[in-house]
Ligand binder design. Structure first.
Ligand SMILES: [Zn+2]
Length: 435
């Protein structure tokens, strides 16, 4: 099912690119049949996501992924290079173990956040403390010295660990409504209390570290069964770990009830100093107007809590597969087709911004940009992104996409402008609230 969706993405992308300058039906048929019958997506996905794994900027795996992409393109006869555009903090994740030692022994599910310094091999063993309910910043300041030598739990206690769709399916309407109103009240109370501390949920971390906390324990639930979001640590010296919702909730309740839970956190990692960052750029030169560009774009980097498949391994693979098929079926396009696998989107569009700054000669000659960053769901909507003539172009391009794909896609013209440097046509799906 998922594989088929990727193939559909690839077909949409290629038909869009190709239909811009030719209406040769047999070529379109060859493209569709290459995508459907000789797809490389599963192999590419396995090598990139399972094999190399997540692609956090500044890690050796990110560099490995850039080299892998260049190697793949060269196997397909497509010229490719890694363009260094700056530097970032080099870091490599090690093994994280989080164990509850008291009031009983239990290994907990969790991991260190990115760029967090390593603990010693023995790790940090400390009692847990939760944030207090306070009515003023002064009251919070009076409490603050208590964090010295403690692991501070900084996330709220979730009302439920079941996603809403599960409640909708199995709960009564009344109990679902009750849960939602309790959750809303709890969230409001949490926000109000955070305001009363005089800090935000981010700035409080620095205050806790400065006050001598032994570590920070958080939980950022992704609103699905057993899934958390793993971003970067805000502490400079002490460990910050994310615990999966059920384990976090259990430790939190034990602390609230005064049962003094004690955790041991071993979170190893390597600081690799400052390292260069890259974009992988590949291109098929145009035969008639090589100075004009059609750009395929997808960010290559990911966070490193998972394998970076959803965000944005899938977009990366679609663009690679599109290039492979184009090189095979349409090796001499009219304009130059350039693909940018951006190196550091998650930290603020750094890779694509650097490309724009470094290549005014390309950017001034861009005819169309196709960016993808919509996860693993199917394409459900294509927006004109506010471009006045979007309908003329996208309508024509969509006409070349097989109907068994387009019949499920809604279009929205002219649509509203999207963000980012590159925008002409973004493929949108049900997974992502916005792009
Ligand atoms: Zn993304």
């Amino acid at each position: 099912m998922i594989k088929k969706q990727f193939i559909n993405f690839a077909i949409i992308a290629i038909c869009f690119i190709f239909s811009g300058w030719a209406q040769d039906q047999s070529v379109i048929e060859q493209i569709v049949s290459e995508a459907n019958e000789k797809s490389q997506l599963e192999i590419l996905g396995q090598e990139l996501m399972d094999g190399i794994g997540p692609r956090l900027v500044g890690t050796p795996q990110m560099k490995q992924a850039h080299d892998w992409a260049v190697d793949k393109y060269s196997q397909w006869g497509v010229s490719a290079r890694n363009e260094s555009y700056g530097t970032w903090r080099g870091w490599e994740r090690g093994i994280t173990h989080i164990d509850m030692l008291s009031p009983r022994i239990q290994s907990l599910k969790g991991t260190q956040l990115a760029w967090n310094p390593s603990t010693s091999k023995k790790g940090v063993t400390a009692a847990v403390i939760v944030l207090p309910t306070v009515s003023s910043p002064e009251e919070f300041q009076n409490w603050l010295p208590l964090v010295k030598g403690k692991l501070v739990m900084i996330s709220s206690l979730e009302t439920t660990g079941r996603p809403d769709y599960n409640w909708e399916e199995f709960a009564t309407e009344a109990s679902f409504e009750k849960m939602k109103s309790e959750r809303e009240a709890a969230n409001n109370a949490w926000r109000e209390n955070m305001k009363n501390t005089g800090f935000t949920s981010r700035s409080i971390i620095e205050a806790l570290e400065n006050a001598g906390a032994a570590g920070i324990v958080s939980s950022y639930w992704s609103k699905g069964f057993g899934v958390s979001k793993i971003f970067s640590a805000r502490t400079k010296k002490i460990p910050t770990v994310d615990l999966e919702l059920e384990d976090y909730s259990m430790v939190y309740r034990l602390a609230l009830r005064g049962e003094n839970p004690v955790l041991n956190i071993v979170a190893q990692s390597k600081d690799l100093g400052e390292v260069p960052t890259f974009n992988t750029i590949a291109e098929i030169r145009g035969s008639e107007k090589p100075e004009e560009y059609v750009i395929l774009s997808a960010h290559f980097d990911s966070w490193d809590g998972g394998t970076g498949a959803t965000d944005n391994g899938t977009g990366t693979l679609v663009m690679m597969e599109a290039m492979r098929i184009l090189k095979k079926i349409v090796p001499n396009p009219k304009r130059t087709i350039l693909v940018g696998h951006w190196g550091s989107e998650e930290q603020g569009l750094n890779g694509s911004r650097a490309f724009v700054e470094d290549h005014p000669e390309i950017v001034s000659q861009v005819q169309a940009v196709f960016n993808q960053d919509n996860g693993t769901g199917r394409v459900v909507n294509i927006s004109g992104q506010g471009f006045l003539h979007a309908y003329d172009y996208i309508g024509r391009w969509l006409h070349e996409v097989p109907q068994d794909i387009t019949q499920h896609i809604e279009t929205n013209f002219p649509g509203t402008p999207g963000g980012g440097r590159f925008r002409l046509c973004f493929l949108c799906c049900s997974w992502c609230p916005s792009i």
